[in-house]
Write a protein that binds this ligand. Structure first.
Ligand SMILES: O=C([O-])CC(=O)C(=O)O
Ligand SMILES: [Mg+2]
Length: 234
């Protein structure tokens, strides 16, 4: 049976309030709160500093070096979405740049996450359209091959389903299923409250070994404290 190429117009999306709470918590905290699931690998990196977004994934599957399906995806995007692009094999060509960003921004899309490359990066930064990408490369692409929009994809080792909650900031990109959004937001906010108390204690000079009760563990592991490196081990 030949592969089907689909552009799926309608997807489920999480509640805007839940998405915003996860965005406020940030990638590292929400990732911990989720039980350390849903993190993209370390190859898809922020290509600007200080951008933090959260939104609903509109997924795109392209052939490498071909951005036809990114163009096809634009009209199914809604305000608050994040475009998530995968390719059928590894690629870092500049499949996305200033013109596509302008087109997505006009539809209220919050940013791009791509397993491939971007270009026009100075203009994207200047315009404030945030991107998380495997690479930056000026190499242009064609518009020639079929792919799909809003089907399950894999980006840097992480499965992404259409409508998943995407959280992206300077630490990377996290993807969560819609069903877990509210519960993870609650857990993330509880962590933030707990960390506030710890931060105050650390600022006051408290030691992690005391605060976390780590001395017995160090002892159990056979870690010895000595005043000076013993003679003969220097
Ligand atoms: O047009 C392209 O193929 C990619 C690009 O540079 C842009 O979107 O500005
Ligand atoms: Mg361009």
């Amino acid at each position: 049976m030949p592969a089907r190429h689909l552009v799926v117009r309608e997807i489920d999306r999480a509640e805007a309030a839940v998405i915003d709470r996860l965005g406020a918590a940030g990638v590292a905290t929400a990732h911990e709160a989720a039980g350390r699931i849903g993190l993209l690998g370390p190859h898809v990196l922020p290509r600007q500093q200080g951008a933090a977004i959260a939104g609903s994934a509109v997924t795109v599957l392209c052939q490498p070096g071909d951005n036809l399906m990114i163009h096809a995806a634009v009209e199914v995007c809604r305000p608050g979405d994040v475009l998530v692009v995968a390719t059928t094999s590894e690629s870092v060509t500049g499949m996305f740049g200033d013109l596509l960003a302008t087109s997505l921004a006009a539809r209220g899309v919050r940013g791009l996450v791509t397993d491939s490359g971007v270009r026009d990066i100075a203009v994207l930064r200047e315009a404030g359209f945030p991107v998380w990408a495997r690479g930056v490369h000026a190499q242009g692409t064609v518009k020639a091959s079929a792919g799909s929009v809003n089907v399950p994809v894999v980006v840097d080792g992480c499965p992404v389903r259409p409508g998943d909650i995407v959280v992206a900031d300077d630490d990377g990109v996290l993807v969560l299923p819609i069903e877990r959004g509210a519960e993870v937001a609650d857990a993330a906010e509880a962590r933030i409250a707990g960390e506030e108390a710890k931060r105050a204690q650390f600022a006051g000079g408290a030691l992690g070994v005391e605060l976390y009760g780590l001395r017995p563990l160090l002892e159990r592991l056979g870690v010895e404290y000595v005043d000076r490196l013993p003679e003969g081990e220097r």
